[in-house]
Design a protein around this ligand. Structure first.
Ligand code: DGY
Length: 320
């Protein structure tokens, strides 16, 4: 290409990312920073060679079918790609990339925050102090569940699951996991493999979800599976809301099977589940697992690295 490729960036990415994008591409940024609608994506495909979307832009089969032939690459600013119909994009010959690795630590940090906060009454404790309602102290006040030395079940031992396991080892947790394949012993660092989710749940005093969303994992944690957890388990989700049957979680909270939950992802985003708000033992964050300055820059740079490779005629490192 003689001219610079035209790039549409759907959201307000980090300043460093935008500076580099503007230097190397003829870049248009959605400065209003609203999620790109189907019509906006389709219109952009006629004017741009490349799009950097976030998980907020939905490339479903209908959208993909209506994309103009000009669009050559969708370089996602996310590791998760459940917002993209990958087979449909492949059929249209559109290259798709994501941003693995660079957000694993930031996401694992949020999982740790949620696990500790859920286990130790962070929401109720903060409310009581902040509101001035803290008028008493007793040895039986706000007694939580100890993390140190407890059993932790991880579903999905990809990059984020392994980063979380590394942090949990700092709390001497006994790590169990379910994964499509067992890890090598160097990767597992002593973590115990389970051949089924059911087997894992039985030992998961703490459970953390780190697998991608897709048809096989939709409602992975349903009411029956919550029932397999040890009484008083703590459940953490920093992956995708689709993994949890939210009514099933509420019922498990109601029976005490699940003592507390820490959630960064919800079925409906933005917004979350209003029914969760009545439960102070559900510690919630608004999908900010990867939201640190360093990680946002790294995600943006990784997406641009993928674009650079593509437009230089090489296979992008993170091509799916
Ligand atoms: C991801 O990268 O998938 C995060 O959820 C942010 O989009």
């Amino acid at each position: 290409m003689d001219r610079k490729p035209r790039l549409w960036i759907t959201r307000r990415l980090s300043d460093a990312t935008l500076e580099r994008a503007r230097r190397d591409y003829e870049t248009v940024v959605n400065d209003e920073d609203h999620p790109g609608t189907a019509e906006e994506i389709i219109a952009a495909s006629a004017e741009f060679d490349a799009i950097i979307p976030c998980h907020s832009e939905i490339f479903n089969a209908d959208v993909v079918r209506r994309l103009a032939p000009r669009l050559k690459i969708v370089a996602n600013h996310s590791v998760g790609v459940d917002h993209c119909d990958l087979p449909a994009l492949k059929e249209r010959g559109i290259v798709v990339t994501n941003t693995p690795d660079v957000l694993s630590d930031a996401t694992a940090e949020i999982a740790m925050l949620l696990m500790l906060g859920a286990a130790r009454h962070a929401i109720a404790g903060d409310r009581i102090v902040r509101s001035g309602a803290w008028s008493n102290w007793s040895p039986s006040f706000m007694v939580g569940k100890q993390v140190t030395g407890a059993r932790l079940g991880i579903v999905g031992m990809g990059r984020v699951g392994r980063a979380f396991a590394t942090k949990a080892r700092g709390f001497d947790m006994e790590i169990h996991y379910y994964n499509r394949r067992p890890l090598t012993s160097e990767q597992a660092f002593g973590a115990i493999y389970h051949e089924s989710v059911e087997s894992l749940l039985g030992v998961s005093d703490f459970l953390s979800l780190h697998c991608p969303a897709g048809p096989e994992t939709t409602n992975l944690m349903n009411e029956d599976r919550f029932g397999l957890l040890p009484m008083g388990a703590v459940v953490v989700n920093t992956a995708r809301g689709a993994l949890i049957d939210e009514d099933g979680l509420l019922r498990a909270i109601g029976t005490g099977r699940v003592a507390a939950a820490g959630l960064d992802c919800f079925k409906v985003e933005p917004g979350g589940n209003p029914a969760f708000s009545a439960h102070e033992n559900i510690f919630m964050l608004p999908h900010i697992g990867s939201a640190t300055t360093r990680t946002r820059d790294a995600m943006g740079f990784r997406a641009l690295d993928n674009l650079d490779s593509f437009f230089a005629g090489r296979t992008p490192k993170d091509m799916l």
